[in-house]
Design a protein around this ligand. Structure first.
Ligand code: GRG
Length: 291
């Protein structure tokens, strides 16, 4: 069921991105950009957005620009994450990483172009939502992506290598590196649904916890996953001295922490009853996933 949903959403977002790029002037960067963002990846962040939209009866069409923009930022972060100056990985999504396929300079430029494309997609004239809403989406996407968001989290992740960090420092780093983009996913849905400030803040924080849960599972997959299913090299965190909960407290305690976090997230969704069933289904998948 979940695989079907992920596949359907991924196809829809890929179609959107292909059409959007078609409308632009061609450049030699389009090929590495497409390689980085289209036909690959679970598009889980888009699924979270569309699932959350169901809670507030928002039609998918109203959320597609937001999904596509998030996937551009996410893919950008992966292209840069794989570079030799960052995590130095040669394989991503079961294929050569973008810098291996197209060279380092093209990968840097294609990644940066995906970042700017994200904002073009939201600002697009044909995306017809209220201007104030559009503005707030652009502001929050920028803040969740930059130094107070995933880029800042990535900096901490690299600085923490081979250092003894405590649980709060690790959680804070992971909430930034991975959680902030998930924060944006739920926050943006609250903005489109015209919810009040308090509810939108609550949604953002909930998204951040979902992102943390996603990152914790990513760390489990690094120790126990299948290289083939994960689509990238595994068992790298220990070798690199990465600060993860598993390396700090061991697998069993880390899993207990993740399971408690999942229960806490699900409790927060109870108030929405059946309307949250799709989102709950995706959250259950996040902790059990093998890919
Ligand atoms: C984007 C502004 C900006 C800066 C880049 C490199 C970097 C800063 C951030 C990297 C952060 C990072 C790599 C976080 C890891 C998040 C994570 C668990 C990625 C894997 O996500 P999946 O499993 O990937 O959703 P797929 O392949 O399915 O899309």
């Amino acid at each position: 069921m979940i695989k079907k949903k992920l596949l359907k959403n991924a196809k829809e977002i890929d179609r959107f991105l292909i059409n959007f790029l078609k409308k632009q002037n061609f450049s030699p960067l389009v090929k590495p950009m497409k390689y980085g963002v289209i036909s690959g990846g679970k598009k889980i962040r888009s699924t979270i957005i569309l699932d959350a939209g169901k809670i507030y009866n928002i039609k998918n069409k109203k959320l597609l620009n937001i999904c596509a923009a998030v996937e551009c930022i996410h893919s950008y972060s992966l292209i840069h994450d794989d570079l030799p100056c960052m995590d130095n990985d040669a394989v991503r999504r079961g294929k050569p990483a973008t810098h291996i396929k197209f060279g380092e300079s093209s990968a840097v430029l294609a990644g940066s172009s995906l970042l700017t494309l994200a904002f073009e997609i939201i600002a697009d004239k044909q995306y017809s939502i209220n201007h104030k809403i559009k503005n707030e989406i652009i502001r929050s996407l920028a803040s969740c992506s930059g130094h107070t968001g995933i880029a800042g989290g990535q900096e901490l992740d690299l600085k923490f290598e081979n250092k003894k960090k405590n649980i709060n420092q690790i959680i804070d780093m992971q909430k930034k590196k991975t959680g902030k983009l998930f924060n944006f996913c739920l926050y943006a849905v609250g903005i489109v649904a015209k919810k009040n400030k308090k509810e939108n803040f609550f949604l953002g924080k909930l998204g951040e916890e979902i992102g943390l849960l996603f990152q914790l599972t990513d760390d489990f997959l690094d120790t126990k996953g299948s290289r083939k299913l994960v689509g990238k090299p595994i068992k790298k965190d220990k070798k690199k001295g990465k600060s993860t909960l598993i390396n700090l407290m061991g697998e069993e305690k880390a899993y207990l922490y993740a399971n408690n976090l999942k229960r806490k997230i699900l409790r927060k969704l109870q108030k929405h009853g059946k309307k949250a069933s799709e989102l709950i289904n995706t959250i259950e998948f996040i902790l059990e996933r093998k890919f």
